[in-house]
Design a protein around this ligand. Structure first.
Ligand SMILES: CC(C)(COP(=O)(O)OP(=O)(O)OC[C@H]1O[C@@H](n2cnc3c(N)ncnc32)[C@H](O)[C@@H]1OP(=O)(O)O)[C@@H](O)C(=O)NCCC(=O)NCCS
Length: 153
């Protein structure tokens, strides 16, 4: 398993396909948003022998702050350490580049939606702390309380 910077013109369609393969996590509008965000912001992919199995897109907010806009691992490859390798690599690179705090937004535990239990466990495992819940979150559909996570690097 190798993590490398994305070459978005080549990797974007595959990353959008990974998103389409996770319908419990991402609504129909997300593949297009991912394609757009990956073209505009730094992105990394994680590759196994068969090709790209996951990706992360990061928006730099300032010299010291970044947000993980999107992260996903192909449905059949989830739960085998690829996400940990991918995000660990990204956080190390951000830290080397001067980033001190990283934000991530996800579905809050008050939502009662089972798939995101694992997602929140992932953020916590990666050192992220649930700082706040915003409900409703501007731009998010009603019924989707937003958990703000932050990780100090
Ligand atoms: C979240 C995601 C990127 C994590 O990638 P992954 O390759 O599945 O995760 P890993 O196998 O590297 O697991 C890393 C840690 O996350 C946690 N975790 C992962 N899957 C879990 C599960 N099903 N239940 C509980 N904890 C889980 C564990 O703490 C694990 O560490 P451990 O193996 O030392 O116990 C991936 O599962 C995914 O694409 N999920 C759907 C999309 C999504 O939720 N994206 C984020 C939106 S905010």
């Amino acid at each position: 398993v190798v993590v490398r910077p994305a070459r978005w013109a080549d990797d974007g369609p595959r990353c959008a396909a990974i998103v389409r393969g996770l319908p419990d996590y991402f609504t129909d509008n997300v593949p297009a948003e991912v394609e757009r965000d990956g073209a505009a912001h730094p992105a990394w992919v994680v590759e196994a022998g068969i090709g790209v199995i996951g990706f992360a897109i990061v928006e730099r907010r300032s010299d010291s702050v970044a947000e993980v806009l999107w992260i996903a691992v192909d449905a059949v490859h989830r739960g085998r350490g690829a996400g940990l390798r991918l995000l660990g690599h990204v956080l190390t690179e951000l830290s080397r580049d001067g980033v001190r705090v990283v934000e991530a937004k996800t579905l809050a535990p008050t939502s009662d939606y089972a798939p995101y239990v694992a997602t929140r466990a992932f953020w916590q495992r990666m050192g992220f702390i649930h700082l706040d819940t915003v409900d409703p979150y501007p731009g998010w559909k009603p019924g989707n309380p937003c958990a703000i996570y932050v990780a100090p690097l």
